[in-house]
Ligand binder design. Structure first.
Ligand code: G4P
Length: 527
């Protein structure tokens, strides 16, 4: 028991949230570097720029031909095992991103010091807040001119309604950036510009900000500015309170420069010391503690094979409790069937070999041939369903048809698979032959058209529809049948066969809801 608690308490499952270009990829790379998972910088970037590139730490991907390695990156640091989940980085927002955040226990928010809080950061932050996910902030690119640190702290407080507390304080900025004073541990850490590949080590452990040692290491101006700023920050900000952080009401803010490896180690130390280990997960019927003996988990993401010629998919399962061992059978609650977890991909081993076991907080990739869907719960026999993995009512709807009408069936298959991956909502209206596709961001139509053309060889045309929004119907089976009979032109089914109402406009939606008070019109479908 103690052994198990110890293992679980050393897991850190987290995601990085940021606006594109703030430095997420660079920071990821540096975290892997410090965790010993990659030997030299450059691997993540190479992957992004040239998708076919193979590097050492992507061995799993190489062996299986499936792009799983970049979805979960596992590394060890100071006795902790970190599972870093990639949040898909489309500029346009997608549901995938929300769902990845259902599988983490904490997040790191990366902010560009010149830009502050940007649109995407704000959206992602809101998802974290909904789930009370604790956040550590990393203000990046201090080697460039940016906003005043006080201005940045107050922007975070104002825009995110979150208490901030500096974990470190930068000494200068841009060309004058010299390093940071580590407020949480009273250490001075200086930037070594000459050496980009090595870890930063504190040059002095100080006995508080007024320690004379600092005067020897910094210029008079630097040291006086630093002291003034740290005093002021202490007066303006609340002191770091680990419970406030864990509740999601306070964020400690680290300053650094990912590209120069600066601040990365302090960030990791912060995660080791303060970030939560796997948390209890809510199911409809009860709350599941990570220390429970029996294995439980849920599917939060399904990803297609990188190779378009193969139709294999990987279902990503977050383990919520128990000790998973390779070759186990798990009970698939939705279908009420036992499923053999055949050849799961685990990301635990340092050398990227397939590992044989996994614990709460770990992510497992299960080869999927269509049985597993996003939101599914797996247990060792108990009948319950994890909550909180939402499908969102799409904000934009279009109809889609193949350029070649004979390819209608192919298109149908492609759409089903995309729906299964959670890439878009797909609705089949009761009347007519067209499919309606719903997305949360406009750019997704373009991305989908490209995917269907290249991966399924079906050129398609998206066109406007008279429907504006979709709502899942909930209610007594007879009431729903009655509703569908009376609203045939507006009734559709999602890929799971759930009934959906397609409304022409707000008025239409409200009026219909008034006319059918027994039916609930749901904006999100909770699995
Ligand atoms: P993203 O994943 O959040 O989109 O950001 P990414 O890491 O790709 O970084 C975006 C750009 O910012 C990259 O420059 C990267 O090198 C740069 N960058 C990241 N961290 C720092 C930092 O600490 N300081 C400075 N000055 N720049 C940083 P790029 O020009 O788009 O790419 P590259 O040609 O440099 O690779």
């Amino acid at each position: 028991m103690e052994y198990k608690t110890d293992i679980i308490s050393k897991r850190r499952t987290f995601a990085i949230i940021s606006h594109p270009d703030a430095g997420k990829t660079t920071l990821t790379e540096k975290l892997l570097l410090f965790g010993g998972a990659i030997q030299m910088a450059g691997a993540v970037k190479a992957k992004r720029e040239q998708r076919a590139a193979r590097s050492d730490w992507m061995k799993v991907e190489q062996e299986r031909g499936i792009s799983v390695a970049s979805s979960v990156m596992t590394f060890d640091y100071k006795g902790c095992t970190f599972n870093l989940l990639d949040t898909p980085g489309h500029e346009d927002f997608s549901e995938d991103t929300y769902r990845v955040l259902t599988a983490v226990d904490s997040a790191v928010m990366v902010i560009d010091c010149a830009k502050g809080i940007e649109a995407q950061t704000l959206k992602l932050f809101e998802v974290c807040r909904l789930r009370d996910i604790p956040i550590i902030t990393f203000v990046n690119k201090l080697d460039r001119e940016g906003q005043d640190p006080f201005a940045l702290l107050s922007e975070i407080e104002d825009k995110l309604a979150l208490d901030t507390t500096p974990a470190s304080w930068p000494i200068g900025m841009g060309n004058r950036f010299k390093g940071c004073y580590d407020i949480l541990n009273d250490r001075l850490i200086l930037l070594d510009k000459a050496d980009k590949s090595h870890k930063t080590e504190p040059v002095a452990v100080a006995d508080g900000i007024n320690d004379k040692k600092l005067d020897d290491l910094l210029t008079t101006q630097e040291v006086s500015e630093l002291r003034e700023n740290v005093e002021m920050a202490k007066a303006l900000c609340k002191p770091f309170d680990v419970n406030a952080y864990l509740e999601g009401s306070m964020t400690p803010v680290f300053f650094g420069s990912a590209i120069n490896n600066f601040g990365v180690q302090e960030l990791l130390d912060g995660l080791v010391k303060y970030a939560p280990s796997p948390r209890a997960q809510k199911a409809v019927e009860r709350t599941v503690e990570p220390t429970e003996d029996k294995v439980t988990g849920f599917i939060f993401k399904i990803q297609a094979n990188m190779d378009p010629k193969h139709r294999d998919r990987i279902a990503f399962m977050r383990i919520c409790s128990g000790h998973f061992k390779n070759g186990m059978k798990l009970y698939h609650v939705r279908s009420e069937k036992q499923l053999l977890m055949h050849n799961p991909v685990l990301f635990l081993a340092q050398d990227r070999e397939l590992a044989e076991e996994a614990w709460a907080g770990d992510i497992m990739g299960v080869p999927n041939h269509g049985n597993l869907r996003i939101g599914d719960t797996l247990t060792e026999g108990e009948n319950f369903s994890f909550t909180g993995i939402p499908s969102f009512a799409p904000e934009l709807l279009q109809k889609v048809r193949p350029v070649d009408p004979l390819k209608a069936k192919h298109l149908g298959n492609a759409l089903m698979q995309i729906a299964e991956e959670g890439g878009a909502s797909i609705f089949k209206p009761l009347i007519g032959n067209e499919w309606i596709v719903g997305v949360v961001g406009a750019l997704q139509f373009q991305i989908l058209a490209d995917r269907i053309r290249t991966e399924y060889e079906v050129p398609v045309i998206f066109e406007p529809t008279s429907f504006m929004t979709a709502r899942w119907l909930e209610g007594d089976a007879n009431d729903i049948k009655n509703f569908v009979d009376k609203n045939r032109p507006n009734a559709a089914q999602d890929y799971d066969g759930n009934w959906v109402f397609l409304a022409r406009n707000d008025w239409h939606l409200n009026k219909t809801a008034e006319d059918f008070p027994k039916i609930k019109f749901l904006k999100t479908k909770q699995n």
